[in-house]
Design a protein around this ligand. Structure first.
Ligand SMILES: N[C@@H](CCC(=O)N[C@@H](CS)C(=O)NCC(=O)O)C(=O)O
Length: 200
């Protein structure tokens, strides 16, 4: 049984959605977190053994602990291949899958954070680049195909789609293919089951 360390309405909500897509057995442990707006409270010291930055999501399976959303996606889709939402080594979509998971975690997510904090004004070399260039890469893909890997849904859509759903019409410009994409994702039964488990 997987334990998901979760705080409602946070990045760990994406992992509930993933676990529902995988139909994996899991339990949720609610963790207090300090929120970006200064509300909430830090996770207690005994949580440091689970996540040394006191952050969610983290999963635990037997003695194995995984944090970082992209790593959790890769770990869980590799270990739960039944529903084929994460191309495995040898699959022709594996390279695209791994690339998009890292692109969302290591490029899109810091670029969004930097834009909000106003750190990226001078185009300084940050290791991820300008938000507009990153958004254009995603937009070009979703203009062509219904999902980020093409015709099939994958866990990369959970990472990428959550950002687009949250920032659509603000940071992400209004685009019909974003509306259609988010509508496709939120209509998924697993997404709706995840919403119902949001509070534990
Ligand atoms: N890079 C991490 C980010 C995790 C993260 O920042 N989580 C936030 C919630 S959305 C958190 O736990 N914040 C509490 C804190 O920073 O103390 C991931 O993608 O999983």
């Amino acid at each position: 049984m997987i334990t998901l360390y979760h705080a409602p309405r946070s990045r760990s909500s994406r992992i509930i959605w993933l676990l529902e897509e995988l139909e994996a057995p899991y339990r949720i442990e609610i963790v207090p977190i300090l929120r970006g707006d200064g509300t909430g409270s830090p996770a207690p010291d005994d949580y440091l053994a689970i996540n040394p930055l006191r952050k969610v999501p983290t999963i635990k399976l037997y003695d194995e602990i995984v944090y970082e959303s992209g790593a959790i996606c890769l770990f869980l889709t590799d270990s739960h291949p039944k529903h084929a939402i994460g191309p495995l080594p040898g699959d022709r979509h594996r390279a695209d899958y791994v690339r998009w998971l890292f692109f969302c975690s290591a490029t899109l997510e810091p670029a969004v954070g930097a834009r909000f904090a106003g750190w990226d004004k001078d185009g300084a070399s940050t290791g991820f680049g300008k938000f507009e260039d990153i958004e254009a890469v995603i937009s070009r893909q979703l203009e062509k195909t219904p999902y980020i890997l093409g015709d099939e849904f994958s866990a990369a859509d959970i990472l990428c789609g959550s950002f687009i759903a949250f920032f659509k019409g603000s940071l992400f410009p209004d685009r019909k293919h974003y509306d259609d994409y988010v509508a496709r994702l939120t209509a998924r039964p697993a997404f709706q089951r995840a919403q119902a488990r949001e509070n534990g």
